[in-house]
Write a protein that binds this ligand. Sequence first.
Ligand SMILES: [Zn+2]
Length: 166
Amino acid sequence: MTPLLLDLVNSRIVYPDGPRDELGDDAAARAWLREHDGLGTPEEIADARDVRPVLAAVIRGEASLDALTPWVDVMRRRAQLTRDGLLWHDDVPAGRRVGVRAVEEWAGLQGPDGSRIRPCAAPDCQHFLVDNSRANARKWHSMEVCGNRAKARRHYARSKETAKEQ
Ligand SMILES: [Zn+2]
């Protein structure tokens, strides 16, 4: 399945001239959900719009885990016994599968080295990143955009310092 969580929390960015929201209108939301192995039903669109700000707030550390209870509460797995062993089927209500998948992905990114999903470290950036590196120390959602801007800022600060010293 296509990873969902990172695209979901990055799907709404507020720019100075207004928000750009990939789930903003229903047609766009339907297409987005189908690209992410969803069905694009009205229930699913509503669920994706509901879970997105909650996950963003949890990742930013602005909301407690309890905020995700509505999705955890509908997680169900049904067992089926076969000659080959147990088969597990997801038994989540159809309209809630995308939200549940996003929360499951979030849970899978938590571990002893901390969260592997976090906000980009650039102060003016609203994007999130997933860090699969060993050190789990990535800072920028994009080296090209935010990493280079930070480098330029450091360079500018240094050149100002040098100018003062001369
Ligand atoms: Zn960034």
